[in-house]
Write a new protein. Structure first.
Length: 141
């Protein structure tokens, strides 16, 4: 039996990473859109689970009368919800860094926007990932 040893070449770490990300030989295809999709969907899912279990009440109407939707505040699986952003915020983008404190962000319903926007980005990246895989496999749309 003869063993052939060959030098694989000295490719950079970035080149090997790019080859691994775009390889169709992996069990699950990741792709460049997957690099965006995976963190977005994991963020949306984890914030939803944490918010469903333990989010504080939210001032949904802007009249300083908070509405609770989490399990720790007396709701059950049927009545639990992530309460939407306060009407006082309107249609404005409300990221964490715009609030004076994390308590204010939670009180005004910031997790709702975080979940929705990360989920929408994740779904768009999933569709891009499907296109990218078909492109790598040489399929036609």
């Amino acid at each position: 039996m003869t063993a052939v040893l060959s030098n694989r070449g000295t490719s950079s770490l970035w080149a090997r990473f790019c080859e691994w990300i775009t390889s169709t030989e992996n069990r699950l295809y990741i792709g460049w859109f997957g690099v965006l999709m995976i963190p977005c969907l994991l963020t949306a899912t984890s914030v939803f689970i944490i918010g469903f279990i333990a989010a504080p009440p939210v001032d949904i109407d802007g009249i300083r009368e908070p509405v609770s939707g989490s399990l720790l505040y007396g709701n059950n699986i049927i009545s639990g919800a992530i309460i939407p952003t306060s009407n006082a915020i309107g249609l404005h983008f409300y990221p964490i860094w715009e609030a004076a404190s994390l308590d204010e962000w939670l009180y005004n319903g910031g997790p709702y926007q975080l979940i929705v926007l990360h989920f929408l980005l994740g779904v768009a990246a999933y569709m891009g990932r499907e296109w990218e895989l078909s492109y790598r496999l040489g399929m036609r749309p």
